[in-house]
Design a protein around this ligand. Structure first.
Ligand code: PBG
Length: 338
């Protein structure tokens, strides 16, 4: 799906036209800048643990799993930095995981308690929750698995509807199905309407690829050692671009309020194609592996965080993304605030 390219509109000819004139000084560069990156474009993914102390994640240096009790401080930090929303990801204790992931339906589960803690701290920050079974299953898949190891679509959708309602009742503002089952957005939307959650926002992980870049995240939520096989029967083939547009079209028709492309930088062409074709906000998820690559290079003295991170995030905005989920959110927000 190469992007169709129009021949450039060259405004004139050298020396009458010298494009460097617009780059001469900082004020001039600011005046002609085409895209802006502000904290309002950042969504901050936050891991939560049942433990009492913050737990470092070895594969994501600088990121910790937060105890529920510290989430008030996290929410206030986001609010003071101008970050509009936090996306919650639980590391469910082993004894709460099962083959059918039924802990996802427990109104007192880790995510529901995390929502309550965030809500109590501030209502200036939106709360987003992941709709998928992988933090709750013993096999690490996002859905129910049959005896032959197949991930079942329709039975999983029933569970996801229950999970989404559970999160909405707990106070989640944005429900983000990341499971890639067919038809789940329509089913979740119908259930939300029926239960009086007409204002609940659905941000659909529409074009979510079967990617190697999720590795560190699976460590963070304790799914890495559990996953049997891969997710290629439900997440998208990285080789496909046109199919992403079909996924987005379906999710929009089914009632998504915004859509997402994931991972981020390796799929920037898809972000751009979706933004060009659909008049709803598109978000991108700059995932754990992308974060880890930057941090490894920074630690090795090969890259400078202060320059490459804003550059990466600006690229998403330039491609047409309304915003980006990034583990660097507090870092960049602080940098932009200076
Ligand atoms: C699970 C989920 C994943 C991510 C977000 N939700 C991992 C997966 O599908 O295996 C990945 C996020 C990241 O890598 O930062 N449904």
């Amino acid at each position: 799906m190469p992007l169709r390219y129009r021949p450039p509109m060259i405004p004139g000819q050298f020396p009458a036209t010298r494009l460097r004139r617009n780059r001469r000084t900082p004020w001039l560069r600011a005046m002609v800048r085409e895209t802006l990156l502000t904290p309002a474009s950042l969504i901050w993914p936050v891991f939560v643990t049942e433990g009492a102390e913050p737990e470092p994640i070895v594969t994501m240096p600088g990121v910790v799993r937060h105890p529920v009790g510290s989430l008030g401080a996290v929410a206030r930090e986001a609010a003071s930095l101008g970050i509009p929303a936090i996306a919650l990801f639980p590391n469910t204790p082993a004894d709460r995981r099962s083959a059918d992931g039924r802990e996802a339906l427990n109104p007192d589960n880790l995510v529901c308690r995390a929502i309550a803690e965030l809500k109590a701290a501030t209502d200036a920050v939106g709360i987003m929750t992941d709709v998928a079974l992988d933090p709750y299953t013993t096999h690490g898949h996002d859905g129910l698995v049959d005896a032959a190891g197949r991930v079942l679509n329709d039975a999983t959708v029933d569970m996801l509807v229950g999970q989404a309602l559970n999160q909405a009742r707990a106070g989640a503002d944005i429900l983000a199905p990341s499971d890639m089952m067919d038809g789940r957005v329509a089913a979740i939307r119908r259930a939300l309407e029926a239960e009086g959650f007409a204002d609940a926002h659905i941000m659909a992980y529409s074009a979510k690829y079967a990617s190697g870049f999720y590795g560190p995240f699976r460590d963070a939520v304790g799914a890495a050692g559990r996953l049997t096989g891969d997710k290629a029967t439900y997440q998208m083939d990285p080789a496909n671009g046109r199919e992403a547009l079909a996924e987005v079209a379906l999710d929009v028709a089914e009632g998504a309020d915004s859509v997402m492309v994931k991972p981020g930088l390796p799929y920037l062409d898809v972000v751009k194609a979706v933004a060009d074709r659909f008049d709803l906000p598109v978000f991108a998820y700059c995932v754990s592996g992308e974060y880890a690559m930057v941090e490894a290079a920074v630690a090795a003295g090969m890259l400078v965080r202060e320059t490459v991170v804003p550059e990466m995030l600006t690229a998403f905005r330039r491609a047409g993304a309304a915003g980006v989920l990034t583990y660097h959110a507090p870092f960049v927000a602080r940098l932009l605030g200076r």
